[in-house]
Design a protein around this ligand. Sequence first.
Ligand SMILES: Cc1ncc(COP(=O)(O)O)c(C=O)c1O
Length: 384
Amino acid sequence: MSSQPPHPALLIPGPIEFDDAVLQSMSHHSESHVGQPFVNVFGDVLAQLRKLFQTSDPASQPFVLSGSGTLGWDQVAANLGEPGDEALVLHTGYFADSFADCLETYGVKATQLKAPIGDRPQLDEVEKALKEKKYKILTVTHVDTSTGVLSELKALSELVHRVSPDTLVVVDGVCSVGCEEIKFDEWKLDVVLTASQKAIGCPAGLSILMASGRAIEVYKTRKTRPTSYFGSWNNWLPIMQNYEAKKASYFATPSPQLIRALHTSLTQILSRPLEQRFADHRNMSQKIKKAIGDLGLKQLSSKPENQANGMTAIYLPEGITPPDVLPSLTKKGIIFAGGLHKQIAAKYIRFGHMGVSVTDPNRTDIDKAIAALKESLAEVGYKA
Ligand SMILES: Cc1ncc(COP(=O)(O)O)c(C=O)c1O
């Protein structure tokens, strides 16, 4: 049983509920960020990330920076993009708009390939776009947290490597790393960026990124300086390499407590085969999606192959809006999120199912959430 004070179960698509041991790591006594005990932990974290991303290529490079998931976009734009470069941004919701905006902030021209709400750009459309113009970077949101749409990475990466082999394949995995399968080497991905607070199950505050040897080469052969100071790999690459070699080094002060919490969550995640973790998320997602269907509700992503396994975006019945149900869900001990996709925000809610709420068999969060949703809808007159 959790030793945390009673609180409503946080079932939004990130941040998520914490395991007690992860939370307790945050209360580690203060320590020097260049002291050997901390450097050893940071080094272990980087090695653990290689396992989580399924990369054994020594040329792959993990980065862990203080910041949120958004800092991963900045790292990509500032280190891999140069002003005037072209990027193709595959759009499956809100977060592609923001990634495109970030790229543009650094002078990279972002062209968006959009799909109807709940769908994803089709491979033949991506192929056509790649043949029309040379893009240095292609970005894809693995799971768009605003729509619950899952993108298929393996076939997409194969296509990019076939049609436009110099284009870097960049994955926003903020809502997927830790709950959706990602095979960094096998699928020939160039960047997967994520954050600590979603399926990794750690408090918010860390930008986590894996870059391929190819991406590092592109960064090293850029003609201009990276267009960020804090996010520059000129500053961070030697630090990450030193940490992994367990050597103290300094560019900017990391958060020892957050790194310790990440170490605990990664140790827990890697204590079981990753396949099993992904299967747990798939099975729980199926159960939730069936319960939603049994309630007569529809998802934003109607095609099963487009549906994320760590969250579900649910259309409310006609005439019912998020404020009609979210407060009553909270009273029943469940926190869901409202809609985020600008065009339809008032029509849907989001149910996050990642991490301990899914993998800890002693927790009953998900069953309670399904029952609470049913009751809250009945209270506002909905009959399934
Ligand atoms: C898919 C996706 N990308 C990027 C972000 C931005 O991450 P952060 O809010 O940690 O900066 C989020 C946040 O929810 C996200 O869901």
